[in-house]
Every structure is written in structure tokens, then in C-alpha cells.
Design a protein around this ligand. Structure first.
Ligand code: F0G
Length: 496
């Protein structure tokens, strides 16, 4: 190993989950510079100013937005951790590739470069570009879904679930029990509960068109799936003749966890591991707004010709011609480069370490978190953060609002607001968990930005006993979290 690689890799191998040894302890590297500081493996070329508002200005903004952070204009947000989707900073190579974009309607050179990059990773025959992940889901489940059918997953992401259900099909989750317990420690909390799945398949296999495996498991806290679990799943599904599709928005982060946590995988490259993950599957849907560093984009890749043909016909109706599928040629070029960059282990080492850095500092402060750190985000457990605020008063919303009001940090509530519902008598039926996600955009913020976020959480945590809950005062029929209005439940959040 090159000394530089040791210095970059060594701190990443020191978590309790890392199966392999810390390379710094290897006698061959004695005397070499092995710093604890993991530096961002890039430097700044273009800067975008950060809005720095006063608390009063943010309080005004919050009131105007009826306390819904989706309604707050981005120019009022200092650090935006609402999502890691579409928010990456593109590299100089990606921006250069944009200039090579071929905007021909049919057969553009950009498409062939994109297709080659996808095929190099996935090994899949048919590559169908879409404007983002949910478009790939919509097309796939319109073709394979339908009434009477059922699609199992470790955990369906919300848009995947919505698209499966929209087709009339049932969407079911089979993640291991640890994956549902925020406090459980397990290196692969995204794994499938194979026994439970097998028992269910014994009764239901005939109505299953395919199974979805989300890597990493976003709705379960950005937790990875092990290669061992994938192989066993593959074998189980083959016995029932059921294809496996990856929802691979964060495949490279998953592969990095396999490399660093799964016994016997440390010597392999992330690219090799990723290729093996895809080889175990029959198809993949990707939101390229995550691990392809795209500001927009997605794809569907698969091997089965008849399904690919049907998907392509639908694509022409809803997205565009099969060689651009709702994207500009320049987007396809940027994504082709992004798919190569994301398997760079110096990047992934920094990426996962930077998420863990925030997680560890908050954990040391006693802030209740979903354990262990995920790949793309840190999740605060709002029920334990605010034990005096009942789930029906949306404690996650309180934490989110307070982080924004005090520091301009925007997070997203993943709990009762997003997944609960209002009963006929007006009471709230709460979600199973009330979490607040701090999702970290790729290559965008530096360590000092993250130190600021940590201070903000500490500040809010210290005044937690003075915070109250929120009632939903107005809500739409569906997907209420995007547009609903809130009112504080008998307290003044702006005054404390
Ligand atoms: N699958 C997963 C695992 C996702 O995380 C997302 C999006 C999608 C599919 C849908 O992709 O947004 O490109 O249509 N997740 C974003 C998030 C929105 O904030 O976690 P899309």
C-alpha cells in the first residue's frame, strides 16, 4: 500500500465495526505519516456564498412558511442538510464532460458514453436513462406490477413504495429486526430477514414479479446490506424463480461498508465489490442524484429483453427517446464521469468518515441517535431527544424547526409528519419512529461547516426541556409533509 493510502485509510478502519486491522499497526508502515485527520480529497475552485441571516430574519421566514421547512426559500438556509439528493458538487472532470454533451435527439454520443459507464459497473444488457430515480420506478412497476401482485424489499424507499402501490401491487418490507430498532448495533442493518422472507414466499411466490433490495437502506437509516446476505438472498430467490432488482442510489457507499466491515473483503476494490453486487442482481434502478454526483438523472438497467422492450415503449411516452430518456446529453456525460469517480476509495473513505465524524461527536455529547452512523446521513432520535413531547405532537418537527431557527441548519423530519396520519376525530396516528435526518450532500461542505452543525445540535439539545410540540393545522390529501402548515402546541418557539 502506498503511504498516502495508509494515511487516508487508517482512521477509517478504527470503528468497532471494521473487521480488518488498522493498517497503522502494521509494522511495515512504522515511521510513516498516518494522521488522524481525514482531509477532504478536493480543493475549492468555485465558491457559492452561504446565506448568514439573523435569528429574527429566520423567525420571520419560519412564520411565513407556517413552520414547514419545505416552504422556506433556500436563500434563508445556511447549511442545507435536507437531502443528499441532487445536491452534490460536480468535479472539474464532470464540468468538462458537460462541454462534450451531444444533444442529438437520437443516438447521441453522450448516451453511448453513459451506457458504457453503467454497463461497466452493472454488467447489464439494457440501459434505459430516466430523468430521476422515481421515473425508473414508475416505468418498471407499470410494466411488472399490478393488482394481486406483491413486491418484497428490505425496506422500500417512499417513492418506490408509492410507485409499487400506485400500480395496484402490495409493497412489503423484510428487513432484519435490528434494522427497525434505532438503538441496535449491527454492521449490516439493511440486511433481509431471510427466514421470514422464505416463510412468506412459500405462500406468496406466485404473485411476486421481483424483489427490491435498497442499497444502502435509506428508510432504515442509510444502513448497508452485506454481500453474504445478498448472496443468500439471490439463492433463495432463484429457488422461486424471482428476479432481484437493486435500488442502487447509494451502491458505492454500500460497497465501501462491505469492504471495511465484512470479513474477507478488505483486499478487494470497491469497484470489484460493486460489480459483484450487480452481478447478483437481474436489474437495477438508480437515482443518479446520489452516488453518481448528478444534479439530475437516473436509470433502469436489466437483462430481460421483453421487459426492457416494454419499459422502453413506456419511456418514449413519458420520458423521451431511449437514448436520452428525459435528460440532456450533457447530463448523461456528467453522470458517466460521476459513476467512475464515486468508486474512488480516497473519496469514499473521506465520505463515510465525514458522516461518522458528525455522528461520533453528537454521540459523545449524549444526543440520542440512530446507531450506527449511516452512509449519507445522521439521524437524530427525536422521541428520546424530547421525551416530554408526545409523538402525536411531532417531536421531530420541533427539533427540525429549532435547528433552523437557532442556526439556519435545515434538516428533514422523518416521522409522524411524513408517515403518520390524521384520524377522523382529529387525533394523530403517529409513525413507528420520529427521526430527524441530517443528510450530507457530497463534496459540498467542509469539516468546519460540520463543526458548526454539531454546535447547533448541542445548543438545541441544551435547551430541549423548554421546547414544545407542533400540531398540523392544515394538510393536503397525500404526501402531507411537503405542504402542510403547523402551529406550535401552546408555546412560542420564537420566544424561547
Ligand atoms: N430510491 C432511494 C433509495 C432514494 O433514496 C430515492 C430518493 C429514490 C429512490 C428516488 O429517487 O429522488 O431521484 O426520484 N431519495 C431522496 C432522499 C429524495 O432525500 O432521500 P429520485
Amino acid at each position: 500500500m502506498h503511504p498516502q493510502e495508509i494515511s487516508i485509510l487508517s482512521p477509517c478502519s478504527s470503528s468497532s465495526h471494521e473487521a480488518e486491522v488498522d493498517p497503522r499497526k502494521d509494522p511495515r508502515y512504522q515511521g510513516l505519516f498516518c494522521p488522524d485527520t481525514i482531509i477532504e480529497p478536493f480543493k475549492v475552485k468555485v465558491v457559492e456564498p452561504l446565506p448568514l441571516l439573523s435569528r429574527e430574519e429566520r423567525a420571520r421566514g419560519l412564520k411565513m412558511a407556517d413552520f414547514n421547512l419545505f416552504s422556506v426559500p433556500a436563500e434563508e438556509v445556511t447549511i442545507d442538510l435536507m437531502t443528499d439528493s441532487g445536491t452534490s458538487a460536480m468535479s472539474q472532470a464532470q464540468w468538462a464532460a458537460i462541454m462534450q454533451g451531444d444533444e442529438s435527439y437520437a443516438g447521441a454520443r453522450s448516451f453511448f458514453r453513459f451506457k458504457e459507464a453503467v454497463q461497466d459497473l452493472t454488467g447489464m444488457k439494457y440501459v434505459i436513462p430516466t430523468h430521476q430515480g422515481r421515473a425508473a420506478e414508475k416505468i418498471l412497476f407499470t410494466v411488472v406490477g399490478g393488482k394481486g401482485k406483491a413486491v418484497p424489499a428490505n425496506t422500500h424507499f417512499d417513492t418506490t413504495r408509492a410507485n409499487v402501490e400506485h400500480s395496484g401491487c402490495q409493497a412489503l418490507d423484510f428487513v432484519i429486526p435490528e434494522g427497525l430498532d434505532p438503538e441496535a448495533e449491527h454492521p449490516f442493518k439493511g440486511n433481509v430477514d431471510l427466514e421470514k422472507l422464505e416463510a412468506w414466499l412459500n405462500e406468496n411466490a406466485s404473485r411476486v414479479p421481483l424483489m427490491v433490495l435498497t442499497v444502502t437502506n435509506n428508510s432504515g437509516g442509510g444502513q448497508p446490506v452485506s454481500l453474504k446476505n445478498m448472496k443468500a438472498l439471490r439463492e433463495l430467490l432463484q429457488g422461486f424463480n424471482i428476479p432481484l432488482f437493486l435500488d442502487c442510489a447509494r451502491f458505492a457507499e454500500n460497497a465501501w461498508f462491505i469492504k471495511t466491515r465484512e470479513p474477507g473483503q478488505n483486499h478487494r476494490s470497491v469497484k470489484e465489490i460493486s460489480q459483484e453486487m450487480f452481478r447478483l442482481a437481474d436489474g437495477a434502478m438508480m437515482s443518479a442524484k446520489k452516488d453518481a454526483f448528478g444534479n439530475i438523472g437516473g436509470f433502469l438497467a436489466l437483462n430481460e429483453e421483453s421487459i426492457a422492450a416494454e419499459c422502453r415503449n413506456l419511456l418514449i411516452l413519458t420520458e423521451g427517446f431511449p437514448t436520452y430518456g428525459g435528460l440532456a446529453g450533457r447530463d448523461l456525460d456528467a453522470l458517466a464521469v460521476g459513476l467512475e469517480e464515486v468508486v474512488d476509495e480516497r473519496y469514499l473513505c473521506y465520505r463515510i468518515a465525514s458522516t461518522r465524524y458528525v455522528w461520533k461527536r453528537l454521540d459523545d455529547l449524549g444526543v440520542p441517535l440512530l446507531r450506527p452512523a449511516g452512509g449519507h446521513a445522521v439521524y437524530i432520535d427525536a422521541r428520546r431527544f424530547l421525551p416530554h413531547v408526545p409523538p402525536s405532537l411531532c417531536p421531530g418537527q420541533t427539533v427540525s424547526v429549532a435547528l433552523f431557527l437557532e442556526a439556519g441548519v435545515r434538516s428533514v423530519e422523518i416521522g409522524t409528519v411524513m408517515f403518520g396520519r390524521t384520524l377522523e376525530d382529529g387525533r394523530q396516528d403517529p409513525a413507528p419512529m420520529d427521526l430527524v435526518r441530517l443528510a450530507i450532500p457530497r463534496r459540498v461542505y467542509t469539516q468546519s461547516h460540520m463543526d458548526y452543525v454539531i454546535e447547533a445540535v448541542r445548543f438545541v439539545f441544551e435547551k430541549r426541556s423548554r421546547l414544545g410540540g407542533f400540531r398540523i393545522s392544515k394538510e393536503p390529501e397525500a404526501l402531507r409533509h411537503f405542504t402542510c402548515s403547523f402551529e406550535p402546541a401552546d408555546w412560542d418557539p420564537l420566544a424561547i
